[in-house]
Design a binder for this molecule. Structure first.
Ligand code: GDP
Ligand code: MG
Length: 314
C-alpha cells in the first residue's frame, strides 16, 4: 500500500499534496502522518513573504524561486490566501504566475485557504511546512497577505520574514496596524520602477530609525520583481540573515509557536472527548434545563466536566 509518510520522506510530490490535503480537511490520518514525519522536520530555511495585496509578493516569490533553483536548492511554496469571496482569482493568479516552476520536480507549490478559528490557519500552515521539511525541501517560502491577525501568525512560522512594501507608504498603513512591521527581518521595497520609490525608501528608513523596530534595523532592499531587478541583493540579505541570525531569538519564536500549536491540539482533543461523552440529544436537554432556569450554565458546566473526568480518567 502507498505509505504517505514514507513517500513524503522520499520527496514524492503526490504524497506531499495528499498529506497537505489531509491536514486541510482535518482528516484523522493527518495526525498519524505528522507523528511519523516529526523527527525529520526542522532542517529547512523558512521564508515568510507578506504585504498588501498587489504589492508583488507572488512575482517576487517567483523570482526568489528562480534564484534558489539556480543554486540547486529544493523548494516548497505555500501561498496562504484568506478565503474571501474575492480571493479565488488571487489564488489562481498566484498559481499562474508561479506556473513556470510548477512542472519542476524540485519545486512544490501549494495554496491554502483560511478557515476555522483564529490560529487554525497558522496551525494548518505549520503542519504543511512540516510536511515540506520532511520531504527534504531546503527552502520553504510562505506567501501570505499581511492583513489580519491570522496572517501575522502564519508569518511568524518563518525564520526570515520579508515585508513587501511599494512606493507610496500610505497604502501600507494597514500593514503597520497589523503589527507586520515589527516582525520584518527584511523590507522589500518592490515596484522600484515607480518614480516615488526613492522618497518611499527614505520614509521607511526614517521610520525605522525612529525605533519602530527592534535593536537591529532591518535592511531595505529595492526590487523590480517583474524584471528581476534587485533579486540578487535580496537573496544575499536572506543568506546573510540565515547565517547570522540570533539563534536564541529564533528559538524563542519557534518555541512560542510550538506552545501555541500544542495548546491547540490539546484543546481539540478535549473537545473530542467532550463530544464523545455528550450526545447532541443530551446536550439539548442541558440547554432545556438552563432555559427553564433549573440550573445555571456555570454549575452545569462544572458538573459536566466532573462527570467526563470520572468517566475518562483524565
Ligand atoms: N511595475 C511593477 N509592477 C509589478 C512589480 N512587481 C509586481 N508587479 C505587478 O503587480 C501586480 C501584482 O503582483 P502580484 O505578484 O500578483 O502581487 P501579490 O498580490 O502581492 O502577490 C502584477 O500585475 C505584477 O505584474 C514591479 O516591481 N513593478
Ligand atoms: Mg500573490
Amino acid at each position: 500500500m502507498f505509505n504517505i509518510a514514507q513517500e513524503i520522506l522520499k520527496g514524492n510530490p503526490r504524497a506531499i499534496a495528499k498529506g497537505i490535503s489531509l491536514i486541510e480537511n482535518k482528516h484523522p490520518d493527518a495526525q498519524k502522518i505528522l507523528k511519523d514525519i516529526f523527527s525529520h522536520t526542522g532542517k529547512s530555511i523558512i521564508i515568510g513573504v507578506t504585504g498588501s495585496p498587489g504589492s508583488g509578493k507572488s512575482t517576487l516569490v517567483d523570482q526568489i524561486i528562480g534564484s534558489f533553483k539556480k543554486k540547486g536548492k529544493n523548494i516548497g511554496i505555500i501561498a496562504v490566501d484568506p478565503s474571501s469571496p474575492f480571493s479565488g482569482g488571487a489564488i489562481l493568479g498566484d498559481r499562474i504566475r508561479m506556473m513556470r516552476h510548477s512542472t519542476d520536480s524540485n519545486v512544490f507549490i501549494r495554496s491554502m485557504a483560511t478557515r476555522g478559528h483564529l490560529g487554525g490557519l497558522a496551525r494548518a500552515s505549520g503542519e504543511a511546512i512540516s510536511i515540506l521539511e520532511a520531504s527534504g525541501k531546503d527552502v520553504i517560502i510562505v506567501e501570505t497577505v499581511g492583513v489580519g491577525q491570522d496572517e501575522v501568525e502564519v508569518v511568524r512560522l518563518a525564520d526570515i520574514v520579508l515585508v513587501v512594501l511599494i512606493a507610496g507608504v500610505g497604502d501600507d498603513i494597514q500593514a503597520f496596524k497589523a503589527g507586520i512591521m515589527e516582525i520584518a527581518d527584511i523590507f522589500v521595497l518592490n515596484k522600484a520602477d515607480s518614480p516615488e520609490s526613492d522618497r518611499t525608501e527614505s520614509q521607511i528608513k526614517a521610520m525605522l530609525d525612529l525605533g519602530l523596530s527592534k535593536e537591529k534595523i532591518p535592511p531595505v532592499v529595492k526590487t523590480v520583481a517583474t524584471k528581476g531587478e534587485g533579486i540578487d541583493s535580496l537573496i544575499e540579505e536572506i543568506e546573510i540573515l540565515s547565517y547570522t541570525q540570533d539563534q536564541k531569538a529564533r528559538a524563542t519564536r519557534k518555541r512560542k509557536l510550538l506552545s501555541w500549536i500544542l495548546k491547540d491540539i490539546i484543546a481539540e482533543k478535549i473537545h473530542q472527548v467532550i463530544s464523545e461523552h455528550i450526545q447532541s440529544e443530551e446536550f439539548e436537554s442541558f440547554i432545556d434545563r438552563i432555559y427553564k432556569k433549573e440550573i445555571d450554565p456555570y454549575t452545569l458546566a462544572h458538573e459536566i466536566v466532573d462527570r467526563i473526568k470520572k468517566d475518562s480518567d483524565i
